[in-house]
Design a protein around this ligand. Structure first.
Ligand code: GLC
Length: 506
């Protein structure tokens, strides 16, 4: 694992909505470069940027038409190269979003692949051999080609599936992962990775990483596919960090990823904590993180210290954390997110409690996700300092509520969500036990949530009480020093105030 992941705290940037420096209403790469110092001051030392490559933007850039070119609306490859250099100057790292599962229908590979005459791209996508045969179990594009066949889809109808073969082929048109066509797809993706890594990119977040080999119910053929990528990276770019959108760390880490996300889909129970009617991290929660912790422990044990499980504050696909949590609740949620093992990921704007903007018209395939993708709120000037464009020109309308949070006012308020997040990151960065590799042992999964983080000689007791009532717990440890929060300790019992957290050295 690259050494820098040991204390990495990531910041996710949706480039459309971060900072627009040329007044066209849409964010750009130089906007990110301009805000590196802001991100660093918050305490984050790594950045994940959502896809910023040439695209018709039917899925906000997850429909790539040229993997090696920055979309002109964001700038140039030169701008990206400068961003890498500026980040490295500050000791920061940048990972890009790799979308290996599908392309846009506008990608030149696909344009060649639809042709009736056989060519080197004919097998780049998953095609059946007759227009009358659908790829079983998968949606498909039909009647759009001279070629006789249907093309399998990976996500939206304009995102044809790249061909990595089938684990258990049972039709003549289904190839094996090691067949020539699927092997060529792999090499093409390696070539793209090489291109950006050589320019200074520090790794990739991999989109739908678990979906590549088809008809692979136990995921093992997809694991083997990623092991091949691992071999390539070990040989050529051992410092490149890889994080998967997979949600099953036992598989992805076996596949050679360094980190896997726990997400709002899959079996993680992540939503129980933050995104349901009565989330655990809210005063109206029903008091148990049991199922989440049980699943987490199962994954944690299976991974055997081989890689990191990452619990993000949110992302461009899910509701904003603040849709269901108030500011005090956000602080306890961050006390948890920033004291767990693995690398934390903070979705831009979550550090100020940016809200989900209700009632928006879908933008670029966002649908219900659009409300979580609104422009960053920097200050209280025009468009909250995001852009000099006329407000109606903005990529997505801004949160227009009179009490919307913004960076500038939160930076000067020591009780703000921003100040709490910054303080928590600072504490994490000065205690190795709290960082990526420190171990975790759960003591209680009710209210309060109690766990111990350890590394070498250092042991920290974390107690989080998200409920609206004071909670008392028996202590079988000597508290040496409280490093975060306030608690009353009296004859072996500790009392924690409502909606608060305590970290103590033991
Ligand atoms: C991932 C992305 C999402 C995108 C989808 C298809 O889940 O996070 O935004 O729409 O893949 O690429």
């Amino acid at each position: 694992m690259p050494k820098w992941l040991e204390n990495a705290v990531f910041y996710e940037i949706y480039p459309q909505s971060f900072l627009d420096t040329d007044g066209d209403g849409i964010g750009n790469i130089s906007g990110i470069t301009k805000k590196l110092d802001y991100i660093k001051e918050l305490g984050c030392n790594a950045i994940w940027i959502n896809p910023c490559f040439e695209s018709p933007f039917g899925d906000a850039g997850y429909d790539v038409s040229d993997y090696k070119k920055i979309a002109p609306r964001y700038g140039t490859n030169q701008d990206m190269s400068e961003l890498f250099a500026e980040a490295h100057k500050r000791g920061m790292h940048i990972i890009l979003d790799l979308v290996p599962g599908h392309t846009s229908v506008e990608h030149p590979w696909f344009r060649e692949s639809v042709k009736a005459e056989k060519n080197i791209y004919s097998d780049r996508y998953v095609w059946t051999d007759s227009i009358w045969e659908s790829p079983n179990g998968m949606d498909s594009l039909r009647g759009i080609s001279d070629r006789d066949g249907c093309c399998a889809l990976n996500f939206f109808s304009h995102q044809p599936a790249l061909n990595y073969g089938f684990a258990n082929p049972d039709r003549p048109w289904q190839m094996r992962p090691e067949d020539e066509g699927p092997m060529a797809t792999r090499e093409a993706i390696k070539d793209i990775m090489r291109f950006w890594l050589k320019m200074g990119c520090d790794g990739f977040r991999v989109d739908m990483a678990g979906s590549l080999v088809k008809n692979d119910p136990d995921g093992q053929a997809t694991v083997r596919l990623w092991q091949d990528f691992r071999e390539f990276l070990d040989k050529e770019f051992p410092e490149a960090a890889m994080v998967s959108e997979w949600g099953e760390p036992d598989k992805s880490l076996m596949g050679g990823f360094h980190m896997d996300f726990l997400l709002h889909f899959g079996p993680s129970h992540y939503n129980d904590l933050f995104r349901c009617d009565e989330p655990y991290f809210s005063k109206r929660g029903k008091g148990s993180a049991k199922e989440f912790i049980a699943k987490y422990k199962e994954n944690y044990e299976k991974t055997g210290g081989r890689g990191l499980i990452c619990i993000p504050s949110g992302n461009h696909d899910m509701d904003r954390l603040a849709r269901r949590l108030d500011n005090d609740e956000l602080k306890t949620a961050f006390a948890f997110l920033l004291s767990m093992p693995g690398a934390p990921f903070i979705y831009y704007g979550d550090e100020i409690g940016m809200r989900y903007v209700e009632g928006l018209v879908s933008k670029e395939g966002g649908y219900g996700r659009t409300g979580s993708r609104s422009p960053m709120q920097w200050d209280n000037t025009l468009n909250c300092g995001f852009s000099a464009a006329a407000p109606e020109k903005l990529y997505i309308p801004q949160d227009n509520s009179s009490d919307r949070p913004d960076v500038l006012s939160q930076m000067t308020d020591e009780n703000s969500v921003y100040s709490e997040v910054k303080k928590l990151i600072g504490i994490r960065q000065s205690h190795k036990a709290l960082q990526s590799m420190g171990t975790v042992e759960f003591i209680s999964d009710g209210y309060p949530l109690i766990y111990i983080r350890s590394c070498d000689e250092e042991k920290l007791l974390i107690m989080i009480n998200p409920s609206s009532e004071e909670k008392t717990a028996e202590l079988s440890y000597d508290i040496k020093n409280i490093i975060y929060g306030n608690a009353n300790i009296d004859s072996g019992r500790i009392t924690i105030k409502p909606c608060s957290a305590v970290f103590a050295e033991i």
